[in-house]
Design a protein around this ligand. Structure first.
Ligand SMILES: [Zn+2]
Ligand SMILES: [Zn+2]
Length: 261
């Protein structure tokens, strides 16, 4: 035990945030202690803030798009070293012991913690995470770029990877938010052509910059909040590759690889 402290932001009750200072403690067995470098803000953080999962106990620190460096190892942790750069996503790590794990279905582990929901997450200078839930993050990837990849990134990447679409195919991405803007870049890096479907034109410039091949504007909202008929329907070809850089770089280096699997 040390008297050193770290700062965190915790949810104390539904909709209530509180900055706190906690003592730095050793990691429990099977876990590592991480000095957090960046934590993305995901819409799913609302699960903790508004109590949308059963049996959440408060106070709880949200945040499940975490990148940082390991600075202490709990007993029994041998696959990771102090100083390694790691990411922690929504799923806190399988136990490798339950029926699902023994069938190789680690995502549906019966005893898996949910980062920032059932355990404290990354809205903090220090967090603790199960060694089985860590992914390796290369040093050349900036923490703020890497953090969203461990939730929004893996979600869109796996959706594309497991879809029937292949290089040269046209894929449609609906909505250019935290996930969609990554989906465009993954699809382009995979050699797919991308059509963006969005409401209104607010994200058009971003979509063009990331490298989509077409615009399909859906109904816009009128002033009374109801959907109105589309004003324009446009389709264009824009072989803009500028958005490929960061993610093809990441993919090329295997940045979000499960070290434990
Ligand atoms: Zn998320
Ligand atoms: Zn399991």
């Amino acid at each position: 035990m040390t008297t050193e402290t770290y700062r965190a932001v915790q949810v104390t009750a539904l909709g209530q945030f509180e900055p706190v200072e906690r003592n730095v403690t050793p990691p429990p067995p099977g876990e590592v202690r991480i000095r957090v470098e960046a934590c993305g803000v995901c819409h799913s953080d609302v699960i903790t803030v508004l109590g949308l999962f059963p049996h959440i106990t408060y106070p709880r620190v949200p945040g499940h798009e975490v990148v940082g460096k390991i600075d202490a190892l709990g007993d029994g942790v041998s696959a990771w070293s102090i100083g390694e750069r790691v990411g922690v996503g929504f799923l806190g790590g399988p136990d490798f012991d339950c029926v699902s794990c023994r069938r190789g279905d680690f995502v549906n582990c019966l005893h898996q913690e949910v980062t920032g929901v059932t355990t404290d997450g990354g809205y903090s200078e220090v967090m603790f995470a199960s060694a089985s839930g860590l992914v390796a993050i290369p040093d050349e990837l900036a923490p703020q770029d890497a953090a969203p990849l461990v939730c929004a990134g893996v979600t869109t990447y796996n959706a594309l990877r497991n879809s029937p679409a292949r290089s040269g195919d046209l894929v449609a991405i609906q909505g250019i938010g935290g996930l969609g803007h990554l989906g465009i870049q993954f699809a382009r890096a995979m050699g797919m052509r991308v059509a963006v479907i969005e409401r209104g034109g607010d994200k058009k410039e971003l979509a063009l910059r990331l490298g989509h091949a077409g615009v399909q504007r859906t109904a816009e909202r009128s002033s009374d909040g109801r959907s109105a008929a589309p004003r324009t329907r446009r389709r264009s070809v824009c072989p803009n590759d500028t958005g490929r850089g960061a993610l093809s770089h990441a993919l090329g280096h295997g940045s979000v690889a499960h070290k434990s699997c």
